[in-house]
Ligand binder design. Structure first.
Ligand SMILES: Nc1ncnc2c1ncn2[C@@H]1O[C@H](COP(=O)(O)OP(=O)(O)OP(=O)(O)O)[C@@H](O)[C@H]1O
Length: 320
């Protein structure tokens, strides 16, 4: 399969800061790819390189079969792009900026643009400088989508949009992917991303910690709770195929976030002296993100009472 985006050992060093450290990535066509990461993880840097606004220190990338370093204009003509702070000509009106941008594209750019701003209820005669933050974001999105690009690159696309518009917009991204076009977006809105993304990439301190279809990710990750009769009981070593992301003790409970744990492995625990029982639960994308980036179960988890932890939960249904 021809990937829409590939990066190979992509590295970006700024003075005193390694923004990207050897990122290898491949994005399939017809998918919504969401790049997640904390502040400063390297998302915008990655997007600026892919769109030809920044030259990487080393490594390579291809976007729509072009090299954004040597052919930035070719890439930008092919894709739609909205940055986290869209630069629009403030002195133009909403109508004028549509005319202006249409001059760079063939086809019915202008008609599509006007339909889009009409749908968003933005007055055509309003100056860009007098628009609210959300209205600016809507104009930028209308411009990016008007030539119906095969690849849409969005840096924090929903910041500034109200909840209804955010939901409609993200759902429209699913329709784009269903029609074979590709959406690459960065976001902090993890619960929103969870509803629309096909593939998740997690950047952490410039490294790609994870790149995986969302369905596989959610199927392969669980929080395993092991009830112990003594908090100091040592747990068995898990097979190498299992990735342990974090382990925390709450009284007589040990909670572990694991990837690749299979049902057969429960017996490793249940046969262990001092283990009273185990249970498992699926994780939300937000919990998975926290496990990968913070190595913890999350900041706001309730700490159970001693009486709760003493109670063994033995095998039924998803529990073992
Ligand atoms: N031009 C620059 N010069 C020096 N350092 C930079 C430059 N651009 C980015 N950085 C640094 O690179 C790192 C990654 O920044 P980047 O903007 O890519 O992060 P991000 O994941 O988009 O963050 P956020 O979610 O806060 O927007 C940060 O530590 C940032 O300070």
């Amino acid at each position: 399969m021809n990937h829409v985006i590939t990066t190979t050992d992509l590295t970006m060093r700024f003075r005193g800061c390694d923004a990207l450290r050897g990122v290898d990535l491949a994005v399939q066509p017809g998918t919504v790819f969401a790049l997640l990461g904390e502040n400063g993880a390297g998302k915008t840097t990655m997007i600026r390189i892919l769109t030809g606004f920044q030259k990487p220190t080393s490594g390579s990338c291809r976007v729509c079969d072009m090299d954004p370093v040597s052919n930035a204009i070719g890439v930008r003509r092919q894709i739609g792009y909205v940055s986290d702070a869209p630069a629009l000509y403030d002195w133009m009106t909403v109508a004028e900026i549509g005319w202006f941008a249409a001059s760079f594209y063939r086809g019915n750019f202008h008609h599509s643009y006007r339909q889009s701003v009409f749908r968003y209820e933005i007055p055509l005669d309003r100056k860009i400088r007098n628009l609210s933050k959300g209205q600016r974001a809507k104009v930028a999105l209308s411009l990016a989508l008007a030539h119906d690009p095969s690849l849409l690159v969005l840096d924090e696309p929903t910041s500034g949009l109200d909840p209804m518009v955010r939901r409609d917009f993200l759902e429209s991204m699913i329709d784009r992917a269903a029609s074979g076009r590709t959406v690459f977006l960065s976001s902090h809105q993890i619960s929103e991303v969870e509803r629309v993304a096909d593939t998740i990439g997690i950047l952490h301190e410039g490294k790609l910690r994870l790149c995986c279809p969302l369905v596989d990710l959610k199927d392969s990750m669980i929080e395993l709770t092991v009830n112990l009769d003594d908090p100091l009981v040592a747990l068995p070593k898990l097979p190498e195929s299992v990735e342990t992301l974090c382990e925390e003790t709450y009284g007589r409970q040990r909670r572990i976030v694991v990837r690749g744990f299979t049902a057969e492995m429960h017996s490793l625990f249940t046969s262990r002296d001092g283990v009273v029982g185990t249970s498992e639960r699926p994780l939300s994308l937000e919990e998975i993100f926290i496990a990968y980036t913070k190595g913890s179960l999350g900041p706001s988890r309730p700490i159970p009472n001693e009486s709760e932890t003493a109670e063994p939960s033995l095998a039924t249904g998803s529990q073992v």
